[in-house]
Unconditional design. Structure first.
Length: 94
């Protein structure tokens, strides 16, 4: 009798966004790619907040405001494993 095998892999961040230094009004796009099996779900959140900002590999702020300055977290998850996380910072120039 044949039993198909199914490999399940924990999420791993494969592409990490870099910190950025911006002027207010600048546009910012972060990219975070996550490998795993099955395909991990990805969410972006501002550190310390529970609101999901995006559910894709990229997160864009088209015009950075003072309230946007801070840390953002990309979280990749596969059921049954610990999440993979990467934190990136928007810093204000000057």
């Amino acid at each position: 009798m044949y039993y198909p095998s199914f490999v399940i892999d924990a999420p791993t961040i494969t592409t990490k966004a870099a910190n950025v230094e911006v002027d207010l009004g600048d546009s910012v796009t972060f990219t975070c790619e996550v490998a795993g099996n099955p395909s991990p779900s990805i969410v972006w959140m501002k550190e310390g907040e529970r609101q999901i900002l995006a559910t894709s590999t990229t997160y864009t702020i088209s015009s950075v405001r003072e309230k946007d300055i801070g840390a953002y977290v990309c979280v990749g998850s596969v059921t049954g494993f610990d999440n993979a996380e990467h934190t990136v910072y928007i810093l204000k120039k000057g």
